[in-house]
Structures are given as structure tokens and as C-alpha cells.
Design a protein around this ligand. Structure first.
Ligand SMILES: [Fe+2]
Length: 258
């Protein structure tokens, strides 16, 4: 919007100066700044090379620190045009977990999403309810729910974490806590050995008021896999090298604006 008034006079200049001393601003002097004619993005597009930079760096971290020591073995993808975060509202990161590890339970006011890139045999548990993770799966973790991540089989699993950290920071509502009771870890380990929800474990968790959502990339039942209506039967594998024909697009972690 254009300024509704750009008149200049000694009296007006004096008025503006007095208003500034009183910490007041006449709207008509900043109208175009307050309500611009077109969007003004606060950040620039950014790109991270998964095969060349992200994955090797994560694998290096896997040899340096455990998931328990780090709490989360995570590399944050910082948009160079922002102080922190991939966008002005979203935090983006990649996380790696190895066989036998459990990233300890905690909860926070930020919501999270997980997009699994590679690996198998891992899970996300939300308030004790396990959700299996497979490549291509999209998993949502609600705010203020206890959650931990574990892996039972050989090898590593890597996924993208997305959280609304910058947005919640902007709202002044950022806080969280660690689950320190030993019972949680014991129960979590027990849950790890079972498939699906463990009722005893879930009953031991306070404030079970939300559940995890999981959108599977691969049918988990034989009838579903045989269905002619299932369009996504390609089980894609992790991209390696610079093969541009890979089924995993590099944009999977291109966070200019997810
Ligand atoms: Fe978390």
C-alpha cells in the first residue's frame, strides 16, 4: 500500500520528532512499510547435498557420540539467510540412530514430523505407543507428548525432522522437559520387544491425549501390496552418488520452503 500522506512541512517534521520522543508513530508515515504491496520473503532458498554432505556428516557423528549421550543425534540444517532454522517458521534437521540405541524420552511444546530416508527396524514411541518407521514414511508427533526413538536391528536409520521451533519461539511458548524416571526406560525397552501398543506402558504415561499419525510409503499387508489400486508399489531405495534418476529427490531435504 502506498503512503496515504507524504506531505512535508516544518510543523509536521516537528510533530514527528515529538511523537518519536513519546514512542509513538503516525501510521501514515509507514503505511507502505507496514502493509507492503507484495510479499517480502524473510529468507532465501537453500540447498543441502544429502549424499555429499549430510549423510557423511551424520555417519561421522555416529562414530563420535551415542544417541543417549547426545539425547538426539541430529544435524540442524540452518538456512544461511536466517539466524536459525530452515524457514522463518520451521526447523529442519536430519537424525541418525543405530542398532540398540534409544534416544531418551522427552516432550516439548513444538510439534514434529519425521520423514524417513533410509534404514529399517526403528520406531518412534509417543507416550509409549510405538510406530514403526520405514523409508518413505511420514510420521507426526504431537506437541507436549513424551516421545523417544529406538532401533532394534543392524545398521543405521536416518530421517528428516521438521519442527515448528521458530514459530513457537516467536509465540514465546518454548519449553520442554526430559523424562527422567527409570521406569520409563524400562517400560520403553519392554515395549521395544513387543509389536504395537503396550497397554501397560501407555497407562504408565501421563497425559496420553494424542496419538502419532503415520503415513506409510509401503503397503504393510499382502492384500494391499497386490491391490491394483495401489499406485505406490515402487519401494524406493536410498539415493547414492549423483544419479539424477534416483527415486529419492534431493529436494527431500531442500528446505527453501517445504
Ligand atoms: Fe523431541
Amino acid at each position: 500500500m502506498t503512503a496515504v500522506h507524504n506531505k512535508k512541512s516544518p510543523d509536521l517534521e516537528g510533530y514527528y520528532a515529538r511523537m518519536a520522543e513519546k514512542h509513538m508513530t503516525p501510521l501514515w508515515t509507514i503505511m507502505s512499510e507496514a502493509v507492503p504491496d507484495e510479499p517480502r520473503p524473510k529468507f532465501q532458498p537453500a540447498y543441502w547435498d544429502y549424499d555429499g554432505d549430510v549423510r557423511p556428516s551424520l555417519m561421522e557423528a555416529a562414530g563420535l557420540i551415542s544417541a543417549e549421550e547426545a539425547q538426539r543425534r541430529v544435524l540442524i540444517l540452518n538456512n544461511p539467510s536466517l539466524p536459525r532454522g530452515a524457514t522463518h517458521t520451521l526447523f529442519c534437521a536430519v537424525q541418525l540412530i543405530k542398532k540398540g540405541e534409544i534416544a531418551p524420552a522427552h516432550r516439548h511444546t513444538q510439534s514434529a514430523l519425521r520423514f524417513v530416508i533410509e534404514g529399517s527396524g526403528a520406531y518412534t514411541a509417543v507416550n509409549g505407543e510405538k510406530t514403526a518407521m520405514n523409508p518413505g514414511d511420514f510420521i507426526v508427533t504431537p506437541a507436549w507428548c513424551w516421545h523417544d526413538h529406538g532401533k532394534e536391528t543392524d545398521g543405521e536409520m536416518i530421517w528428516v525432522d521438521g519442527l515448528d521451533i521458530p514459530f513457537v519461539n516467536h509465540m514465546g511458548a518454548t519449553f520442554g522437559e526430559d523424562y527422567t524416571l527409570p521406569a520409563f526406560r524400562k517400560a520403553s525397552l519392554q515395549a521395544t520387544r513387543r509389536q504395537g501398543t503396550d497397554p501397560d506402558f501407555c497407562q504408565s504415561m501421563p497425559q496420553r491425549r494424542a496419538t502419532t499419525l503415520r503415513f506409510s510409503a509401503i503397503p504393510t499387508t499382502a492384500p494391499a501390496r497386490r491391490s491394483k489400486n495401489y499406485a505406490g508399489t515402487r519401494k524406493w531405495t536410498p539415493r547414492r552418488g549423483s544419479n539424477s534418476n534416483s527415486q529419492i529427490p534431493s529436494t527431500a531435504i531442500t528446505c527453501c520452503r517445504p
